[in-house]
Design a protein around this ligand. Structure first.
Ligand SMILES: NC(=O)c1ccc[n+]([C@@H]2O[C@H](COP(=O)([O-])OP(=O)(O)OC[C@H]3O[C@@H](n4cnc5c(N)ncnc54)[C@H](OP(=O)(O)O)[C@@H]3O)[C@@H](O)[C@H]2O)c1
Length: 313
């Protein structure tokens, strides 16, 4: 199979042996696979793949057709359309997915949109609802809102009845965020639009002190990124007075059972919104699998609105 692989700090497309489905696994003919910031970190040697997945084949999310199943697979059968967050190996013509990680692809999603769905929406759903318990009428602030996770989170927040403030450093991205139902503001102006019950920090440490200052009583912050730095100094007195909480997490390092639980949550609460056309997958650009190096260059250049997705022929 053709696969996008890391070689000496670069992305190249090479042939690899066909994977074989083991116990509990689906062999998926990949139709589309999204890019994520974590893929770029892996290319740079800063984020090795976890055990049990191909160490050098890139890609943490995919959509495709089940080509074969291993023993002990009960839910899906050859020909089914599935999508999943995976530990690695997604950006290839064939990939292995544990059945528990897989979700059905709603009829409304074509392959390119399905390929850009799993990571952004699973991450956003897990952070906003499982961790931060976002509720009806909550005031939500999303920093880094023009990216894949950010645009997913804006839509889930709006769908859940929250009042959503979205920050993006590029003003040209604001109209798209407003169209999703958020109030777009410059990152340094977010505090003036607060206070917030929930803050989703998708940029990093540079904003954390302001995030704490912008909290309402009982407010929750979820940190998912270190793009603007992995260190922060916050005013603990303010955090105590607001009775605030700071959460942080990664998806990739979780055990299978936790990934399965996150996928079931998305199936139960987000896929119905996709079916009803109340949330859409924000695909900014697609590239063929053989153009993977160009896709990575486009991702690295910044300025995109939503997802970049690789599609197979
Ligand atoms: N912990 C987890 O489980 C998990 C899961 C998924 C993603 N993440 C992380 O969450 C972040 C968002 O993910 P994503 O997929 O949405 O990434 P993305 O599509 O690359 O979006 C990142 C957004 O943040 C903006 N940004 C980057 N650096 C910035 C800075 N220093 N100041 C202001 N804005 C900045 C980017 O704007 P420009 O276009 O202007 O650069 C872009 O709009 C990434 O850091 C990713 O690694 C974490």
């Amino acid at each position: 199979v053709r696969a996008a692989v890391v070689k000496d700090g670069d992305v190249v497309v090479e042939d690899r042996p066909d994977p074989v489905a083991g116990h509990g696994q689906l062999l998926v003919a990949v139709r589309a696979a999204g890019l994520n910031a974590a893929d770029l970190a892996q290319v740079a040697g800063r984020y090795p793949a976890p055990p049990g997945v191909p160490p050098d084949i890139l890609g943490m999310e995919l959509a495709g057709e089940v080509a074969a199943i291993g023993e002990g697979v009960f839910r899906f059968a050859p020909g089914d359309r599935v999508m999943a967050v995976v530990g690695g190996g997604a950006q290839a013509e064939m990939a292995l997915v544990n059945e528990l990680e897989a979700m059905p692809v709603p009829a409304r999603l074509d392959w390119q949109h399905a390929g850009g769905f799993p990571e952004a929406f699973t991450t956003a759903h897990d952070a906003l609802f499982t961790q931060c318990r976002l509720g009806l009428g909550d005031r939500l602030c999303i920093h880094g809102a023009a990216g894949g996770v950010g645009m997913a989170a804006v839509q889930l927040g709006v769908a859940a009845g929250a009042r959503v403030v979205a920050t993006a450093r590029r003003e040209e991205h604001w109209p798209a965020l407003a169209a999703l139902g958020a109030l777009p503001v410059a990152p340094e102006r977010a505090g003036a639009a607060g206070p917030f019950d929930v803050v989703l920090e998708l940029v990093g440490g540079a904003g954390l002190a302001d995030d704490v200052a912008s909290l309402a009583l009982g407010g929750r912050i979820c940190v998912l990124s270190v793009n603007s730095g992995a260190r922060a100094e916050v005013h603990l007195g303010t955090l105590m007075q607001r009775r605030g909480r700071i959460f942080a997490s990664t998806l990739r390092s979780r055990i299978l059972e936790e990934k399965a639980a996150a996928a079931r949550g998305v199936e139960a609460r987000v896929l119905p919104l996709v079916d009803a056309d109340r949330v859409r997958v924000p695909v900014f650009a697609t590239f063929g699998l053989d153009e993977a190096p160009a896709a990575y260059a486009a991702f690295g250049a910044g300025g995109k609105l939503g997802k970049i997705v690789l599609v197979t022929e």
